[in-house]
Design a protein around this ligand. Structure first.
Ligand SMILES: NC(=O)c1ccc[n+]([C@@H]2O[C@H](COP(=O)([O-])OP(=O)(O)OC[C@H]3O[C@@H](n4cnc5c(N)ncnc54)[C@H](OP(=O)(O)O)[C@@H]3O)[C@@H](O)[C@H]2O)c1
Length: 250
């Protein structure tokens, strides 16, 4: 993309990494349109403030398929095509049933279900409704923000059943969709990406042992993610990459 005609969609942009990605993309001259979605625009004050900077805010709750379809229809009508789609929304703990379980006794069907709904089913449903917008002559990228703890091969500590399992499922969905996109949107590259440990509400209770140099501010994390996505080669579709561009084992 040399001129400003690109369109980017950031799903899950009310705060944290998604908000930082939307802000960075709105300042990127290659993108004429940046759509940022969140489930409650009326509460997403920081994102609404950024909408003055060229971001279109759309309502999208990943647990509500109709809202995903409506957002996709809006983007299709306004921009026609999408060059970059980043699925960011995720949950590790919430005020409801989702909590990082340390022991088998802590598992609940409600907690597992909610984690899978947001972390795994959500991004896949977004792709269901947006994939036709990725089918064009230019390079397109779909990035699903995953987490290193979703790697089965890298799992040495255990725990966090719902989060680990749902991110592992997201990784499988990403790989599976990359194969279908290879046939239906051959210029699209689909990856799962680990953002590193980032200073957001999601990581706050769990990072006592993280050295300060390894804890990224959201803006820095967003810059690193976008640099990796920019540098992806077509043959990297269907892989799981980290914030520094290295490949993570499944
Ligand atoms: N922070 C880290 O260290 C870290 C490490 C590895 C991976 N990640 C991944 O990075 C992504 C972003 O996390 P973050 O650190 O930026 O977390 P965060 O600050 O807690 O933000 C989570 C985002 O997900 C949104 N969300 C939750 N449920 C949703 C739903 N049903 N529909 C739409 N949006 C929903 C939230 O929206 P509301 O404002 O409406 O709640 C919020 O925008 C997640 O996928 C997370 O798993 C983060």
């Amino acid at each position: 993309m040399s001129e400003a005609r690109g369109c980017a969609v950031v799903q899950g942009a009310s705060r944290g990494i998604g908000l930082a990605l939307a802000r960075r993309l709105s300042a990127d001259a290659r993108f004429a349109r940046v759509f940022a979605t969140c489930r409650r625009p009326e509460r997403a004050r920081a994102l609404r403030a950024a909408s003055g900077a060229g971001i279109d805010v759309l309502r999208l709750d990943v647990t509500d398929e109709a809202s995903i379809e409506t957002a996709a229809t809006t983007v299709a009508g306004a921009a026609g095509e999408v060059d970059l789609l980043i699925n960011v929304a995720g949950v590790l703990h919430d005020e409801g049933p989702v909590a990082p379980e340390k022991r088998l006794e802590s598992i609940t069907p409600e907690g597992l279900g909610a984690a899978f709904q947001v972390n795994a089913f959500g991004p896949l449903l977004v792709l269901k409704h947006f994939h036709s917008l990725l089918r064009h002559e230019r390079r397109a990228v779909v990035a699903n923000v995953s987490a290193r703890v979703g790697s089965i091969g890298d799992n040495r500590l255990g725990g966090w059943y719902g989060y680990r399992g749902s991110k592992a499922a997201l990784n499988m969905f990403t790989r599976t969709a990359s194969i279908e996109l290879g046939r239906r949107a051959p210029n699209a590259i689909a990856v799962a990406i680990h953002p590193g440990t980032v200073d957001t509400a999601l990581s706050r209770p769990f990072r006592k042992s993280v050295p300060p140099a390894s804890l990224f501010a959201p803006d820095r994390a967003a810059g690193q993610i976008l640099e990796v996505l920019d540098g992806l080669a077509p043959e990297q579709t269907g892989t799981f990459v980290a914030w520094d561009g290295t490949e993570i084992p499944w």
